[in-house]
Design a protein around this ligand. Structure first.
Ligand code: AMP
Length: 303
């Protein structure tokens, strides 16, 4: 089924204990669209880049069957730029630079083809822009999944709460869940966040896995894959959310049980991402590689 992806398409500069990159390709929507393309032949990317963004990357999106009609190119402006540095444990990071550039006045181009999308992934963006996309869609998609980050909690909290109210599934990390709710205990934080509107909350805990909370009271806890090689966690959250949503896009019925499997697919896609810098870990996957990791995770989490 079709997946509409909205979010940043960017340049990133990353520093981890394993090395440092110059400007490389990044952005929430970049990671999400690439991961989604392994699950669906109908992925629609909506974003904006500057004239400095390489056409070869846009060509690569097309090769992957990612529809880029909604990717606007502002020739005389610069692409969004983000720079971050990871701490020794790789679970936390500091943002060094956020240059919004083209994102500062971003108005997502929602085209008639986007109106058919059944699944909407609102990647990390200003919450009023995320909400604007929902408002521009004539009919509500079957499932709306949303990501956000501490940056928006700090500078646009009120708008963020309005957007959260309209989403079905909110996907954030443990630190963000504590910050959003103001509560340290994660169970209580989840209860408080579910009261803000979403039907389902996913809390990611990096190498410690992820938790799924539903308004119905149902709960699921999954470990992450234990990896030999963790080089760069940038984009892992986006890959996780994309694996989660894209798996659900293949299901006839979105039950809590389906979401449990979706969490495992999220962990699998994130595991590929962290093994290389930037998007390198997710560029050349195969269905066999994805299935092998999924089966391994399933086998090692069942009693
Ligand atoms: P993640 O590691 O999953 O949180 O996602 C990292 C990606 O988010 C990077 O590729 C950045 O380009 C992008 N990003 C960082 N800050 C922002 C922001 N304020 N708005 C939109 N995208 C962002």
């Amino acid at each position: 089924m079709s997946i509409l992806v909205v979010g940043s398409v960017a340049f990133d500069a990353i520093e981890t204990p394993f090395g440092k990159t110059d400007k490389i390709i990044g952005g929430a929507a970049t990671y999400i669209a690439i991961v989604s393309s392994y699950f669906s032949k109908q992925v629609y990317l909506v974003g904006v880049v500057g004239g400095d963004f390489p056409m070869s990357v846009i060509e690569d999106f097309k090769q992957r069957n990612i529809n880029v009609d909604g990717l606007e190119i502002k020739q005389n402006e610069k692409s969004f730029f983000w720079s971050g540095k990871y701490h020794e444990d790789m679970n936390s990071r500091d943002t060094l630079i956020t240059e919004l550039n083209v994102l500062a006045n971003f108005e997502p181009k929602i085209l008639p083809i986007h109106q058919q999308a059944e699944f909407l992934m609102l990647g990390n963006l200003a919450p009023d822009i995320q909400r604007g996309v929902l408002q521009k869609l004539g009919r509500r998609p079957k499932l709306v999944v949303m990501d956000t980050m501490n940056f928006w909690m700090e500078i646009a909290r009120r708008s963020l709460l309005e957007t959260i109210k309209l989403t079905d599934v909110l996907v954030i990390n443990d630190e963000e869940a504590r910050q959003l709710s103001g509560v340290k205990n994660l169970k209580h934080a989840a209860e408080a966040i579910l009261k803000l509107g979403p039907k389902v909350l996913v809390i990611k805990k990096g190498e410690h896995g992820a938790m799924l909370f539903a308004k119905t009271g149902e709960f699921f806890n999954s470990p992450a894959l234990l990896l030999d090689r963790v080089i760069d966690p940038t984009g892992a959250g986006d890959c996780f959310a994309a694996g989660f949503l894209s798996y659900l896009s293949q299901q006839h019925y979105i039950s809590f049980d389906a979401m449990k499997h979706a969490i495992l697919y999220g962990s699998v896609m994130a595991s590929f991402c962290v093994e290389e810098f930037g998007t390198n870990g997710i560029m050349y996957l195969t269905q066999d590689k994805i299935q092998e990791r999924y089966q391994y995770l399933l086998k090692t989490t069942q009693v």
